[in-house]
Design a protein around this ligand. Structure first.
Ligand code: ATP
Ligand code: MG
Length: 241
C-alpha cells in the first residue's frame, strides 16, 4: 500500500533539485529532456524513478550524478550545489561521493573482479591493507568473495552486477545511482540483484536512486517518483503502518 508523502525534513535530504530543465541541442533542433522539475530525496532511502521510455529518467540521473549540467535550475547533492563547481571539482566531487551502477555493468574487461572493485580506491589515499580489507568485505557481502580472481567475461550477468554493486559502494558514497540495473538480467536474477541492492542500501546507510521499468524494483522502493515528458507527475512513499 502506498500513500502520497509529505516532504522529508531539510537535514535528511541528500538530493535536492529546484526547477531543473534540460534541453538537448541536436543541430538547430532543441529536444526537451526535463522541464522545471523539482524533487527531494531523503538520506538513506531506496528511491525508484519510473516513467515511459523517453520520459527523462537517464537525463535525471545524469544531472543528479553531475555527469551532465542542467540548462536551468539547481542540483544539490549532500548540500553541495553542483552548478557552483567547475568541471574538475565536479568530477572530484562525483568520484568521492557518488557510486554508479549501469544497465550494461561497465566493468573493466582486463581487470579481475577484485581489481574492478579496488580501482576507485587507487585514486584515493587509502592504504593497501585497508583497500584489501574493504574490497574483500564487499565482495563477500555481495556473495562473490570466492570469485575475486575472475574477469568479467568469466562471470554471469548477475555476478557482474554484483561486482558493479561492490565497486559502487567501495568508497562509502553518500549516494548510489543505478540506471535500469536489471534490464540485461532475467527476471529471477533481476529480483536477486534488487534484493541485494536494497540489503546493501540498508547495511551501508547510503541512498540509492534506481531508474526502472521493472515492477520488482518498484516493490522495493521506499519512495517512487513517476516522471512523464520530463516532468514529475507523482511521488509516493511506502506506508510505514
Ligand atoms: N544526448 C541526447 N541528445 C538529444 N536528445 C536526447 C539525448 N539524450 C536524451 N535525449 C532526449 O531526451 C528525452 C529524455 O531521454 P532519456 O534518455 O532521459 O529518457 P529515459 O526515460 O531514460 O528513456 P529510456 O527508458 O528509453 O531509457 C528523450 O526525448 C530523448 O530523445
Ligand atoms: Mg534511460
Amino acid at each position: 500500500m502506498t500513500r502520497t508523502s509529505s516532504l522529508p525534513p531539510p537535514g535528511d535530504i541528500v538530493v535536492r533539485l529546484r526547477d531543473v530543465s534540460k534541453t538537448y541541442l541536436l543541430g538547430a533542433v532543441a529536444v526537451p529532456g526535463l522541464h522545471e522539475l523539482s524533487l527531494e530525496i531523503g538520506r538513506a532511502t531506496f528511491s525508484v524513478i519510473v516513467g515511459p521510455s523517453g520520459s527523462g529518467k537517464t537525463t535525471l540521473l545524469n544531472l543528479i550524478g553531475g555527469i551532465d549540467r542542467p540548462s536551468a535550475g539547481t542540483v544539490e547533492v549532500a548540500g553541495q550545489d553542483l552548478g557552483g563547481l567547475g568541471d574538475d571539482r565536479r568530477s572530484d566531487f562525483r568520484a568521492r561521493n557518488i557510486g554508479f551502477i549501469f544497465q550494461s555493468f561497465n566493468l573493466i574487461p582486463v581487470l579481475s573482479a577484485y581489481e574492478n572493485v579496488e580501482y576507485p580506491l587507487l585514486l584515493t589515499r587509502v592504504a593497501a591493507a585497508e583497500r584489501r580489507r574493504r574490497v574483500m568485505a564487499l565482495l563477500d557481502a555481495v556473495g562473490i568473495g570466492d570469485q575475486s580472481r575472475r574477469r568479467p567475461n568469466q562471470m554471469s550477468g548477475g555476478q557482474r552486477q554484483r561486482v558493479a554493486i561492490a565497486r559502487a559502494l567501495v568508497k562509502d558514497p553518500v549516494l548510489v545511482l543505478a540506471d535500469e540495473p536489471t534490464a540485461n538480467l532475467d527476471s529471477r536474477t533481476g529480483a536477486q540483484i534488487i534484493a541485494l541492492m536494497h540489503a546493501m542500501q540498508t547495511r551501508c546507510r547510503t541512498s540509492f536512486v534506481v531508474s526502472s521499468h521493472d515492477p520488482q524494483v518498484m516493490e522495493q522502493a521506499d519512495e517512487t517518483f513517476t516522471i512523464r515528458d520530463g516532468a514529475l507527475i507523482d511521488r509516493h512513499c511506502r506506508a510505514t503502518s
